[in-house]
Design a binder for this molecule. Sequence first.
Ligand code: ZN
Length: 199
Amino acid sequence: MIRLFQVFCKLNFKTLSEKQIFLSTMENFSEEKIPFLKLPCPKCGAKHPIWSYHDSYIRYLISYQNKTIVTDTIDVTRIICSSCNGTHAILPEIIIPFNSYSLLFILSVLKDYFLSNESVVSLCERYQISVSTLYEWKRLFLLHKKLWFGILEDIYHNSLEFLLSIPNTNTSDALYDFFSKNNISFLQGRRKTARLNSS
Ligand SMILES: [Zn+2]
């Protein structure tokens, strides 16, 4: 997969729905623009392969907008590398690989959880998630927070303050650093699956 980290540095992202953010990011990856992409291949390491459109697949994107849960479907583009024929899904940073819930959705749940003004049961009802999902996200968040700051620094960073500080204009860069250092996306629950034609 190819991850794009370019949304949160744009100040206007807050006025757009997550589907609009996705669509506006993908405007740069339309079929006619793909052969001109200057992206290294994450699979074979070729610095300037020629990319072509391969196919696309539909997936859900669940977001939380204006206190409402919104379930959209999005069309994820996959491109193919001329050098190794590896195919890669293009995923902007609002998407967490293998998770239908958007990054901002999960951050919103966790912010409310750490604010602790609401019972877990009521919070889960409001977001229509199970209690076990909430605790799994909390576990993952605390684990990834350690990776984000480093184990020694982590204890100095309060969970709620950290959550309230993202997203900001540096979040795209920070998410990129997290992804390149750890080879996994922030709040991604499982590593890539062994799909033969995709990575
Ligand atoms: Zn390649």
